[in-house]
Design a protein around this ligand. Structure first.
Ligand SMILES: C[S@@+](CC[C@H](N)C(=O)[O-])C[C@H]1O[C@@H](n2cnc3c(N)ncnc32)[C@H](O)[C@@H]1O
Length: 466
């Protein structure tokens, strides 16, 4: 007998949570595939997506509640079913009896009868309080331990709350740092709207608006989709527009717009995969008669860049490369194959902890560790040194991350500048003159809760004589 659609929805959500736990699957890759396999679309797909994203994002809060109510060891999978049940009971408008009975059914089917009875009892107790009441009961008080309170209330690892608080305090000498951190953590728990970038010379914002998008808030290339599938937009299907956060567009554009004396012919995107900023830069380079070289250490990522730069306009499959492109190479930016001082503009969009884009990847906050940051900082410094070496005297280097972690942003830039006498930092803020509140400089720091963008960081460095 066919199972009711609602069970397929919850079974799909459960399968994604299991795969994330057991084999470190990425939600953004796995969920669309499992939705397809289960033939879920429309409201069912939206419900499954909310279940998966919400249960994983908020698992820090839900696990504290579960651990309060379950003292025995749980079989694998039972915790995931409880997280899904908690999310339906505490954060979605699913009637209590449906949330409990479908969770019990999931456990009965996937694990067995005794744990199903336990889940029934636990979820009935969960439903006795609201989310706010559970947080009030189980989290440390705000006054005694603000970071500990926020970590549970907003479901972030404590070390990330501390790192974000440090970044906010660094950015804004204000009495209200914790209020702002709270707004930031809340923003991380809301899915980002889909933003598109019209690639200059290939698509226009007007065209995207005609296809149902709204003009972006800050970037002249941006349009946002209220709902719906980006692939339904013809320019996206044809590779002339891409899904890209507005913050990413702004920092790429800033690197392209920084003032330059002398030639402006050769541009380098040193960490280009998968090619979002490279596509924008190549479009801008073409307008100026410049050429972009895009590099990435990983062959698979470099292939994605090639795809981003070579999508053929509709009906013209013979066009191999977007104009404005010098080439795409697989190269380690720290030991580059290109000549030193060869470029007029260099973008280093460094590999980073991604703490500024947590709202995009539900599992990311639980995967990262403070040790990752230590290893990344070494690589970021080496890449920034190499970028400065690759840039001619008088040229500009944009150092970009999608994390606000001070060790990966300000401290990398300060460390590199201290170590060399041939580079100066310039004020990057005038390059984003329409965007308010980007910090006290000279770098730019964007924020999800202030700007609605990922927390992109940009520092602008000028190569000087020694
Ligand atoms: C933050 S992502 C870049 C995103 C890209 N700029 C975009 O807008 O689509 C960082 C990239 O750096 C690459 N990478 C890591 N280490 C590298 C190295 N030593 N040299 C060059 N690329 C590297 C990674 O493979 C990854 O694709």
């Amino acid at each position: 007998m066919a199972r009711p659609a609602v069970d397929r929805v919850r079974q799909t959500a459960y399968d994604v949570l299991r795969a994330v736990d057991q084999r470190d699957a990425y939600v953004n890759l796995l969920l669309p595939a499992l939705l397809r396999d289960a033939a879920l679309s429309g409201r069912d797909a939206a419900f499954a997506t909310e279940l998966v994203h919400g249960a994983i994002r908020l698992q820090g809060t839900y696990d504290v509640i579960i651990d309060e109510l379950v003292t025995r060891r749980m079989q694998p999978g039972v915790r995931d079913a409880l997280r899904l049940g908690c999310h339906q009971l505490l954060s979605m408008r699913v009637p209590g009896h449906a949330a409990v009975s479908t969770s019990v059914d999931l456990v009965r089917r996937n694990t067995g009868e005794p744990p199903a009875r336990m889940v029934n009892a636990v979820l009935r107790r969960v439903s006795g309080r609201s989310l706010a009441e559970w947080v009030e009961l189980l989290a440390p008080s705000r006054d005694e331990d603000r970071a500990g309170h926020l970590a549970i209330a907003y479901s972030h690892p404590r070390w990330i709350v501390a790192a974000l608080a440090d970044a906010v305090a660094h950015d804004r000498a204000s009495q209200r740092v914790w209020d702002e951190v709270e707004a930031l953590l809340a923003a991380d728990n809301h899915p980002a709207r889909v933003t598109l970038a019209a690639i200059p010379g290939r698509a226009s914002v007007a065209e995207l608006v005609e296809a149902g998008a709204a003009p972006g808030k800050w970037s002249e290339h941006a349009a946002t989709l209220g709902s719906g599938d980006p692939a339904a937009v013809p320019a996206v299907r044809e590779g002339r527009a891409r899904v890209q956060d507005e913050g990413s567009q702004l920092v790429a554009r800033a690197v392209a717009d920084a003032e330059l004396d002398g030639p402006d012919r050769w541009w380098l995107d040193m960490c280009a995969g998968p090619g979002g900023k490279a596509a924008l830069l190549a479009g801008l380079a073409d307008r100026r008669g410049a050429r972009l070289l895009a590099a990435d250490r990983q062959g698979s990522r470099a292939r994605l860049v090639k795809g981003a730069l070579s999508e053929a306009p509709a009906g013209r499959a013979e066009i191999a490369h977007q104009t404005g492109v010098a080439g795409v190479v697989v190269a380690d930016g720290t030991t580059p194959p290109w000549a030193s001082a060869a470029f007029d503009r260099v973008l280093v969009d460094a590999p980073c902890s991604g703490l500024g884009a947590l709202r995009r990847r539900p599992e990311a906050r639980w995967r990262r560790t403070p040790e990752d940051v230590t290893a990344l900082v070494r690589l970021q410094r080496a890449l920034l040194h190499a970028a400065l070496d690759s840039c001619r005297e008088g040229g500009v280097v944009g150092y970009v991350t999608c994390t606000p972690h001070v060790s990966e942003t300000r401290e990398v830039v300060d460390g590199v500048l201290e170590a060399r006498s041939d580079a100066l930092e310039e004020d990057a803020r005038p390059l984003l003159s329409l965007v308010p509140d980007t910090g006290h400089g000279p770098h730019v720091q964007l924020w999800p809760h202030r700007h609605g963008t990922d927390a992109m960081f940009l520092a602008l460095l000028r190569r000087t004589g020694r």
